[in-house]
Design a protein around this ligand. Sequence first.
Ligand code: ATP
Ligand code: FE2
Length: 332
Amino acid sequence: MICLGIEGTAHTVGVGIVDEQGKILSNIIKMYRPATGGIHPREAANHHAANIAPVIKKALIQSGKKIKDIDLVGFSIGPGLGPCLRTVATAARALALSLNVPLLGVNHCIAHLEIGKVITKASDVVLVYVSGGNTQIIAFSNGKYRVFGETLDIGIGNCLDKFGRILGLSFPSGPLIEKMAQKGEEYIHLPYSVKGMDVAFSGILTATKNLIGKQKPEDLCYSLQETCFAMLTEVTERAMAHTEKKEVLLGGGVACNKRLQEMITLMARARGAHFFCPPPSLLVDNGAMIAWTAVLMQRGGCHMDIQDTGVRQNFRVDDVEVIWKDVITTRS
Ligand code: ATP
Ligand code: FE2
């Protein structure tokens, strides 16, 4: 079975093609970068509409498959920005109807988790899902992926991007802040905001912004990263203790950050647990993760009629019954 997956929840439109064992045959992304400011949902949607056909074409060429070889179409049904979701859903419906193949709407957050699992061969993980819009600590329990801790306000990536914008860095700022942080020499005290199993970033963002001009930007980037990542490491460790899980997996664009990877690795090692992290191309938003999750869903018996494929802007991971959990992959 060959599945084509389309991602388009926010700034990235992506198309991936995978086989039934989770082998990635192609994975092409195209990212919308606003000239100034943050993401404008309608502009991002226009970007996706303009780019989806060429991206599908490139993915097919890279995979060595023909359009008629596609047996299943998956797309990101939510959560995300309404205009972007609707654009991608329309393209996916048109493609599935014209090919006369099944269509499955995939929860974007679960896709980050499933692609990480198949690539790293992890099995029963605590996922640290850190991206622009989302920050959640997720693990499987009692039939569903459940959220054990999350941000109470903005996503960690959003916090980094907003701070970067004020420093005059381009979007996305996370990778640029990481570089500046490596040159930081002094830790500057910032509010540490863990509330039970949850975290909050907007107070830290304001405190760091207020220090611009008073402290070196490199020290601010370093201190912001150290504080936010320490908070995430703390709640992840507590989730691992509660659930008694011995594997931790990173997902989402912010997981590309080497310092975050290092902190979570050290925590896992101290607990005698295993650390897993997919390559950057599968951490950021991409179509392969959507395609692979659609494969799992179909093998688990999921079916959607076209009228079930309306987008879900606030779709949560714990809204999904994970009926494919026991699907065994035959990949060696
Ligand atoms: P989601 O829809 O899941 O919220 P997203 O739209 O934010 O995802 P991703 O590609 O998963 O998209 O993540 C993008 C985020 O990752 C941006 O905020 C970006 O700044 C951040 N990021 C990317 N690389 C790094 C890095 N090396 N260090 C820190 N942050 C990074
Ligand atoms: Fe994402």
